[in-house]
Design a protein around this ligand. Structure first.
Ligand SMILES: Cc1cc2nc3c(=O)[nH]c(=O)nc-3n(C[C@H](O)[C@H](O)[C@H](O)COP(=O)(O)O)c2cc1C
Length: 186
């Protein structure tokens, strides 16, 4: 089975909802955080992630669009380390507007409201734990201009399968639109 089909198959497990996304800042300092895997862009292996345009990761991405996703599927006991670059789809992107609007419409009210709330990462007084959730927006029909799609386009995948003994490790690289695979010692 090819790498795209393997990812698609594994992503259907309910516990596959979260992935770890690593970025690097302008001083080459790495940062990793958990994000929700939304879905693949139709007929591609591009991974859709939602984020806030004001978040720190956006500053990293404006400096370096290379990222790595680490995705462990506990049911199938497989790890995929996916290296790729990111396309950021914000309110200025006309060509992918339909995709951004469609993703916005899938969000709950609570999730939408976060994009109208305070600046992510802003310092808050320690004695006011509710201040961060204050927002005045009630109508969420318009897409918040803070709402951004990150489309992670894989070009290299390191796949480790723990089901075999010894374990199986395959490195795949996208070359001229085809995945070239190499078997590695795990
Ligand atoms: C289970 C879980 C799911 C999360 N999903 C997202 C997400 O989809 N998008 C996002 O921007 N942050 C998400 N976060 C928050 C990030 O992990 C992170 O704290 C936040 O985006 C700020 O990261 P940054 O300062 O590196 O930009 C999630 C956190 C957890 C624990």
């Amino acid at each position: 089975m090819n790498i795209q089909s393997l990812l698609e198959l594994n992503s259907l497990f309910p516990e596959s909802k979260y992935v770890q996304l690593a970025t690097v800042d302008k001083n080459n300092q790495p940062s990793v955080r958990t994000v929700v895997f939304r879905e693949f862009v139709q007929s591609t292996s591009d991974i859709i992630i939602h984020t806030d345009i004001r978040s720190e990761k956006m500053r990293h991405l404006s400096h370096c669009r290379n990222v790595q996703i680490c995705w462990y599927f506990s049911q199938s006991r497989e790890q995929f380390r996916i290296s790729g670059d990111v396309e950021m789809v914000d309110s200025n992107n006309e060509s992918l507007r339909h995709l951004r609007v469609a993703q916005w419409q899938k969000l709950s009210k609570a999730a939408k409201s976060a994009y109208f709330a305070g600046h992510p990462g802003a310092a808050l007084p320690l004695d006011d734990v509710n201040q961060h959730s204050v927002h005045t927006q009630n109508d969420f029909s318009e897409v918040s201009n803070k709402f951004v799609l990150l489309l992670v386009r894989p070009h290299q995948v390191d796949h480790l399968d723990l089901n075999t003994n010894p374990h199986t490790r395959i490195a795949s690289k996208l070359e001229n639109n085809f995945w070239q695979e190499k078997r590695l010692n795990p």
